[in-house]
Design a protein around this ligand. Structure first.
Ligand SMILES: Cc1cc2nc3c(=O)[nH]c(=O)nc-3n(C[C@H](O)[C@H](O)[C@H](O)COP(=O)(O)OP(=O)(O)OC[C@H]3O[C@@H](n4cnc5c(N)ncnc54)[C@H](O)[C@@H]3O)c2cc1C
Length: 497
């Protein structure tokens, strides 16, 4: 079919207007990243005929660009956690995640995720995803060794130890360098191929097809400049990623993050899955939230430093996860003209050899006064902050922000300050955390909270486990996309048709 009218995601096509189906399948999946791959594997394993449509010329999406750290635990612990001497508890994992996201958390998704996390680990390893029985003990954003287990969130940082016992749950694939994402997607892509899924590359889903009862019965896909009608008898699963590459949507839905941050993701992160869902009445949730980061470590030695605003005041415990620091800096210090990371020579360490931050040195000083002058801070402000910080740090205390003793030591002359102000050099990456409202099963809900028959979604097209950068831990997104992708595939494959 060659339509002269522009097909738009917000205008679903009516099946009554269709006189020819180009493809007839059980389950149509949109997007071949982590969520789409796992949905396809499960739907095929459940006996469904599956057609998978991907706009790029290869599988991968943002999942392949990622480090593919995967957040898993509970249930006594994964084999890796156990081998590394940790016994994880499901309720402890749940308590931690609740503390991370507060009222924004989706309790049903959290529970499903935590209770089945060990099963998910075993499912992944069953497909051949390799995890080494080892722990990376250093504070890192990602493991550059092939070690597996690491703390990837705020588990050990105040106030989280008050809510849950700290346990590392980030699982890094057994591969050297930052290559987890490509390896994960290679394994998932092979598993999809092994199951005889019909994969259509360079095929962009444009809009959903609904029948007279408003049920989703298919999807319109553009292939080779032609629009084809795909009938999906059991349902359509939207796994098309988030919307960080769609400036208009970010401005509209997440304006706080429309401030010069760097979107990270694949070019297909344009929100098309969310728009298609909205086109058939789906509700969205958490659209105003994004992951954002100030990646000031490595080197981990910078954690001994202090972050200050333009009044020379600290505002956070610097041992938090980089996403929590980025969020806090962006939101709570929004009116501060400058953000500095103040450290000493030992803390500066290997910054010039190994860093993702990109911040310039804003000032140095043999005395606090000298540094204060170079940074144009109010007279005496940094002196007050640093004197107090150092006095307490010498005793292993941080009464103001409760940085853990592990990262406390007096900052000593000569001093150096890095300019972490947004727009003055440092890297502030972001991607979106809002999307379609869905059940753990992948069923998409309308604005009345009812299931839209025939429509499923997973991954960053939905609002899943991670709800804010403040509570985020690396691994929650790939973990969520792969786990809930599986459930969506299982549910769609079982639907009566
Ligand atoms: C650099 C980087 C590092 C990261 N590291 C981690 C990490 O270590 N751990 C973690 O948990 N998270 C990490 N993340 C986040 C995580 O990778 C993503 O949130 C997650 O992988 C999203 O998975 P997904 O399946 O929802 O989407 P994707 O993997 O992006 O897949 C979506 C697919 O849909 C396709 N698509 C979009 N629109 C259409 C359409 N209309 N028709 C057809 N196809 C379409 C896209 O081309 C894409 O292939 C990282 C992200 C980045 C960018």
């Amino acid at each position: 079919m060659n339509s002269s009218n522009k097909t738009s995601p917000s205008h679903p096509r009516l099946s009554s207007d269709i006189n020819h189906w180009d493809i007839d399948t059980d389950v149509a999946i949109i997007g071949f990243g982590g969520a789409g791959a796992c949905a396809a594997i499960e739907a095929a394993d459940a006996g469904a005929k599956v057609d998978l449509f991907e706009l790029a010329s290869a599988s991968g999406g943002s999942t392949a660009l990622s480090s593919a750290e995967i957040y898993m635990g509970g249930n006594g612990g994964t084999a890796v956690q156990q081998a590394c001497g940790y016994s994880d508890d499901t309720e402890n994992m749940l308590s931690y995640l609740r503390a991370c996201f507060g009222n924004q958390a989706d309790e049903a998704k959290l529970r499903s995720y935590c209770e089945n996390s060990l099963n998910h680990y075993q499912w992944l390893t069953g497909l051949g995803v390799p995890f080494k029985m080892s722990e990376l003990k250093e504070r890192a954003i990602m493991a550059l060794t092939d070690d597996c287990l690491l703390y990837t969130g705020n588990e050990k940082a105040y106030p989280f130890p008050e809510a849950a016992q700290p346990i590392p749950r980030g699982h890094n694939l057994e591969i050297e360098g930052d290559n987890g994402g490509p390896l994960l997607m290679k394994i998932l892509t092979e598993a999809v191929a092994d199951r005889g899924v019909n994969v259509h590359y360079e095929s962009r889903a444009l809009t959903l097809i609904i029948d007279d009862n408003q049920e989703v019965v298919g999807v319109v896909v553009r292939v080779d400049q032609e629009e084809i009608n795909v009938r999906a008898r059991r349902g359509v699963i939207l796994c098309a990623g988030g919307f960080c590459m769609n400036e208009e949507m970010v401005r509209k839905y997440a304006p706080t993050f429309d401030c010069g941050l760097t979107p990270i993701g694949n070019p297909g992160d344009t929100g098309s899955g969310i728009l298609m869902g909205q086109g058939v009445g789906a509700a969205t949730v958490n659209m105003h939230e994004c992951f954002v980061s100030l990646p000031y470590y490595p080197p981990s030695s910078l954690t001994y430093g202090i972050l200050i605003n333009d009044k020379g005041q600290r505002f956070i415990n610097e041992d938090c996860y980089h996403g929590r620091v980025g969020y806090n800096t962006l939101l709570e210090q929004r009116n501060s003209k400058r953000i500095y990371l103040v450290t000493d020579v030992a803390g500066y360490g290997d910054y010039e050899k190994m860093s993702y931050l990109g911040a310039q040195v804003a000032g140095t000083g043999d005395t606090i006064e000298e540094l204060e002058g170079e940074l144009e801070l109010p007279a005496g402000s940094l002196d007050y902050t640093l004197s107090s910080y150092n006095r307490h740090a010498a005793e292993g205390q941080d009464p103001s922000y409760h940085k853990s003793a592990e990262w406390l030591r007096p900052i000593e002359a000569p001093y150096v300050a890095l300019d972490c102000t947004l727009g003055r050099g440092p890297f502030y990456p972001f991607f979106t955390l809002g999307g379609l409202d869905s059940l753990p099963t992948g069923e998409v809900l309308n604005t009345g909270g009812e299931v839209i028959a025939g429509l499923y979604a997973a991954g960053r097209t939905t609002a899943g486990i991670p709800r804010t950068a403040s509570g985020y831990a690396s691994g929650m997104s790939v973990g969520d996309a792969t786990y809930f992708g599986r459930l969506a595939g299982q549910t769609a494959a079982k639907r009566d048709c």
